[in-house]
Write a protein that binds this ligand. Sequence first.
Ligand code: ATP
Ligand code: MG
Length: 424
Amino acid sequence: MAKNIQAIRGMNDYLPEETALWQRIEGTLKQVLGGYGYSEIRLPIVEQTPLFKRAIGEVTDVVEKEMYTFEDRNGESLTLRPEGTAGCVRAGIEHGLLYNQEQRLWYIGPMFRYERPQKGRYRQFHQLGAEVFGLQGPDIDAELILLSARWWKALGIAEHVNLELNSIGSLEARAQYRDALVAFLEQHQDKLDEDCKRRMYSNPLRVLDSKNAQVQTLLNDAPRLSEYLDEGSKEHFAGLCELLQQAGIPYTVNERLVRGLDYYNRTVFEWVTTSLGAQGTVCAGGRYDGLVEQLGGRATPAVGFAMGMERLVLLVQAVNPDFKAPATIDVYVISSGVGTQSAAMLLAEHVRNAAPQIKLMTNYGGGNFKKQITRADKWGARIALILGENEVAAQQVVVKDLRSGEQETLAQSEVAARLALMLG
Ligand code: ATP
Ligand code: MG
């Protein structure tokens, strides 16, 4: 017998039990986004490889070793998107959405990175991202943070995420700091691990967020990014902190918070949790005023974030198990006897016409009443509609409350209104 073909490592199937929770979480997230006037943008999953190289930067983990790149049949190099910002900016430029305009956008969908799969880290994962173009003040940075804070409240996880904040300054300020940091690291090469040595020249700021304790101790004596910040960035950061204080959003300034992607400037932030083990960053973002121009558009200020949906779902499951998917159905329609099966199907259609909000499933494949009631329970139904030959003949139906066990017989014409009332 042929060997079964399995899914690709790190790329998951999401089964009905999980998708129901995902849908509820996504619904909550989208409702909040709507409440701030953000609009959805849908983008291709594949882009030309140079887009990511230019946007993310050649010397980042993502471009160096995580991209799924392949040749199209005509020899063009394409890449499965590892993140959403590059494509969003590409589309914004291509469709003239950015120049002299304000845009508040969001997207959701799969991203692809060749990483070592583990809890909270996959090769196909999902991000919900938000990107705002055309606004340069700290007020919009604050709005993105307020919006996400509202998500945590709505999902019941606010006590389990902390906001970390930093400013990485202008490109110029960062270049100066980079030189000072490299000079320092060169003097202490003996205390650096291989990863840090490699990053020291390619992407030295990433040394700051090394997980190595010895490196972190060494960094206590290193030059500090905050001492190199330009005036504009300092003011911007102070403005953001002030707004967050006014809005009552607690935060920690983490001077070693940098982003793995090259295009950020000024504000960077992360929402982190200690409830998920090593993969603790749920949502990460910041300002990227240089990217639109770098990709060929006119200079446009921009700020955004991306949230890892798998990590968010894991966190909700871990700390707020009461946030559950609703039952698949409200009502299960049961029938037994000659001519009752078609009557059950038609009654269910009648109820769906009259009360479209009610979720009904009709029993197919027969079975005695007891067996059908068991199926009703399995699907989480609160109510069973029961049709036997007598009910069909009298155009009636038995309405059974599966929790209390109470039941009553009603005319079929009254049942939709009765169900709507019971399910309130
Ligand atoms: P990390 O340091 O965890 O690798 P990153 O800096 O590569 O994160 P970003 O590129 O900022 O991550 O992506 C934003 C968010 O997307 C992350 O904070 C995380 O929640 C999620 N994310 C990133 N990579 C993965 C992955 N491989 N699997 C699941 N979620 C991911
Ligand atoms: Mg990563």
